[in-house]
Design a protein around this ligand. Sequence first.
Ligand code: PEP
Length: 274
Amino acid sequence: MYLLVTKTQEIAYIKIFKIIGLNKMTNKLLIAGNWKMNGNKKDISFIKGLSKFISNNKLKNIEVLICPPFTLIDKFSSLTSRSPINIGAQDCSSNDSGAYTGEISASMIKDFNGKYCIIGHSERRIYHNETNNLINNKILQAQEENLRTILCVGETLSDRKNKRTLRVLGNQIKSSLKGKINPNQLDIAYEPVWAIGTGLVPSNYDIEEIHNFIFNKLKKIYGNRAKNIRILYGGSVNSNNISSISSLNNVSGALIGGASLKIGDMKSILKQFI
Ligand code: PEP
């Protein structure tokens, strides 16, 4: 893992993965935008523009998801009710209701027609001390309300430098997916923490190797049903790298932060799938 390979070697490795049967899953690719703490009422022009772009252009085998702050889920959901764009949340509470000041429950997200919930983003893990156990409970809550969940996993730079990447990812997956998780309502986003918002992206070889590792982990837990779980890549995705990243084996789309905030960038990304 993390071998220093030349571009030619990288292409050769990717071909070998294809030959030995690690084929692309048949699910629709998911292009998901994580707006983080950005966006106000004025940004309804973004969602209107994106809906128009999608209805004027035939996107091939792509599902588009926007996860704005909670305050915009209701408005965005009603503006996209007749468009193929799905709206989701960036987090939910691990409880269903009650005295939890400031929390938003999965049922509230559903009430506003949110369809997805991102859970365990590294910013939640870092700034809110979220543990795998808490993340597990949040996934269970979200799935209880039929929200499709995107579990984020990823290693820090120090994990990477100390060759702990696979151990960290394996543990995040195993510990966050305990209990009655429905793999048909689950996607995973592999987001190396050091690649988020930095402009740094792992090599295609590394991305593919890690996605294959994640897929094999999921297969051990869910058997054949693991094929329904999309494994997204996230971290400094833009219109220049989306095409090559999304064509790798076991990469079924992308979770996009910064570039999902600008309508021009989103259109450039989606144009690669027309
Ligand atoms: C993210 O925060 O989920 C993310 C992938 O951010 P960016 O695309 O800006 O690196």
